[in-house]
Design a protein. Sequence first.
Length: 136
Amino acid sequence: MVEPSVPADERDEDRFLRELRRIQAEQDDDDLQEEVWDPSVAATRKMLQVCQAAQGVGLKTVATLDEQGEQLNHVGRSLGDITRDLDSVEEDLSKGMGQQLTGQNDQITALTASASSSTERLARASESAETILRDG
C-alpha cells in the first residue's frame, strides 16, 4: 500500500535503505558465519592432523608388536631346542654315571674279594707263625 503523506521519491529512499540494511545484515551474518566457520575449519584440520599422526603411531606400534611377536616365537623355538638338548644330555649323563657306578661297584667287589683273600692268607700265615714258634 502506498502511504499518502510520504512522497514517492522518499519511499524509494526508504526501500533503498531497507534493502541496504538487509544486505548489510546478510553480510554481517556471513561475516559472523565466517568468524565461526574459520576456527571450526581450523579445528577440524588440526583434529585431522592429530588423527593422521595417531594413525601413523598406531601403524608403527602394530609393526613393532608384530616384529616382537616373531622374536618371541624364535625365542620359544630356541628354548624348545635347548630343553630337548638338556634332556638328551641328562639321559647321556645318567647312562654314563650308571656305567661308572657299575664299574666302581665291580672294583669294590674285586677289592672286597681281594681283601677277604688277603685276610684269609694273613690268618693262615699267622697260624703258621704261631705253630713254628710253638714247635720251634
